[in-house]
Design a protein around this ligand. Structure first.
Ligand SMILES: Nc1ccn([C@@H]2O[C@H](COP(=O)(O)OP(=O)(O)OP(=O)(O)O)[C@@H](O)[C@H]2O)c(=O)n1
Ligand SMILES: [Mg+2]
Length: 398
């Protein structure tokens, strides 16, 4: 049996919680993704605890608890400045409409709990001593770099169709390959994906897109036809098939969406629709629209100072990133230098404001806004110096 000698602090601080459960006669283990990440020496962001104690028993044992997901057996325990999610061993019965079940059955033994989990590498448990429980050769699959369903893959995906997206997401994040039968089952069952809410699909899709091996995972996402079941990708596999041969992986979410939108050859006015179908926020949509617009512009001509000002630094840097990903030649250094040399980078940097203009005799009203725009354009074009004197002189001439 494998034993971890030195546990990271996140686990160590939780040990008293597991011990307390054990002293009361229950079993308690660390489970799920945190064990996988521990063994892969990846950053661990949260730990999950599983126990044979029923939720009511957990609540009796600890003085401060929150009913986080009591129906599914999860209780949050507040203990010694920490908070811990403790879930009762369970099997998931009565799967309806291919989503995670409304009903669960609590069980007293760990193996029942582990065998309903999605992938072998996610079905590992660890006790307070650091001993690893591995009933499905998850350790072997970690070594082989394999994502493999626990038991019958069809059954696992039938229980929860989101797991098909989790498979390609984990492939990308971990740089693992998908075991053949697991991949074949996804291909067979890809039609079930639309049963899952778009928000949950999107979260997995973005994690896949930003993972270390996103291009290889995307190929499997296309090959299994999972792509046919997500918003606006239906019938677009030919356009999307460029993705796996891109130069780089996107490093950040708005670049990912911009790349996809450019590959799909969407018109600018179609972007908002596309983004909203994916349940993206208005803020994300606005960012992506700006990136795609600047990308289209620099693909056609050299941007003016005014274009660079309007785009702003963040959009410029992301657009350069998108161009690199797409293998589009772009003189990044020159563009950034030109941006940095702009006489003003925001309206606040204009040497005058509305009040100054009114004091100088300009009538308030729409003309005032117009005048500010004109001043901005002239300053950016290098036709007017950004000082109060130069602007006053210009006004006196006008
Ligand atoms: N559809 C799902 C979701 C989760 N799990 C199980 O619940 C654990 C925890 O789920 P979650 O935190 O959502 O995913 P992780 O695998 O921990 O990945 P992450 O690093 O993103 O948290 C998983 O490891 C897996 O054992 C599952 O079997 N089926
Ligand atoms: Mg997790």
């Amino acid at each position: 049996m494998m034993k971890i000698d030195k546990l990271p602090a996140l686990f160590v601080t939780a040990i008293p919680v597991l011990k307390k459960l054990e002293q009361a006669g229950f079993e308690a283990y660390f489970v799920g993704g945190s064990i996988r990440d521990l063994l892969l020496q990846r950053d661990i962001h949260d730990i999950d605890i599983a126990t044979s104690a029923y939720p009511e028993e957990v609540k009796q044992l600890f003085s401060k608890t929150i009913d986080t997901g009591i129906k599914h057996g999860t209780v949050t325990v507040l203990y010694d400045h920490g908070s811990y999610e403790i879930t009762t061993f369970r099997t998931e019965t009565g799967y309806q409409d291919f989503r995670r079940p409304d009903q669960v059955t609590f069980v007293r033994n760990l193996s029942e709990d582990l065998k309903r989990r999605d992938f072998t590498i996610n079905a590992l448990a660890m006790n307070t001593e650091g001993l690893i429980v591995d009933l499905f050769d998850g350790l072997g699959d970690l070594e082989r770099h394999l994502i493999k369903a626990v038991g019958n893959p069809m059954q696992r995906f039938h229980e929860d169709a989101l797991r098909m997206m989790r498979a390609v997401r984990l492939m990308s994040q971990l740089k693992f390959t998908l075991e053949d039968k697991t991949q074949a089952a996804i291909k067979d069952m890809h039609q079930l994906l639309p049963k899952i809410s778009v928000e949950r699909i999107r979260d997995e899709f973005v994690k896949m897109g930003l993972g270390a091996n996103s291009r290889a995972a995307f190929q499997v996402f296309l090959d299994t036809q999972l792509s046919e079941g997500v918003p606006n990708f239906t019938g677009k596999s030919e356009l999307l098939s460029v993705y796996p041969s891109l130069e780089f992986n996107p490093a950040e979410e708005s670049s990912l969406w911009a790349v996809i939108i450019i590959l799909l050859k969407l018109q600018n006015k179609e972007i908002a629709h596309f983004m909203h179908d994916w349940k993206n926020s208005n803020a994300m949509t606005a960012k992506v629209e700006k990136i795609v617009a600047l990308f289209d512009l620099i693909s056609e001509r050299s941007p003016s100072n005014y274009d660079l000002f309007e785009a702003g630094k963040e959009t410029l840097l992301k657009t350069i990133d998108v161009a690199h990903i797409l293998g589009q030649p772009v003189n990044a250094e020159a563009l950034v230098d030109r941006y940095l040399a702009l006489p003003i980078k925001s309206l606040a940097e204009l040497a005058v404001d509305g009040q100054f203009l009114i004091a100088a005799g300009v009538a308030p009203g729409p003309q005032l806004g117009q005048l500010l725009t004109t001043l901005k354009q002239k300053i950016l074009a290098g036709e007017l110096e950004n000082t109060q004197e130069a602007i006053s002189t210009y006004l006196a001439q006008g």
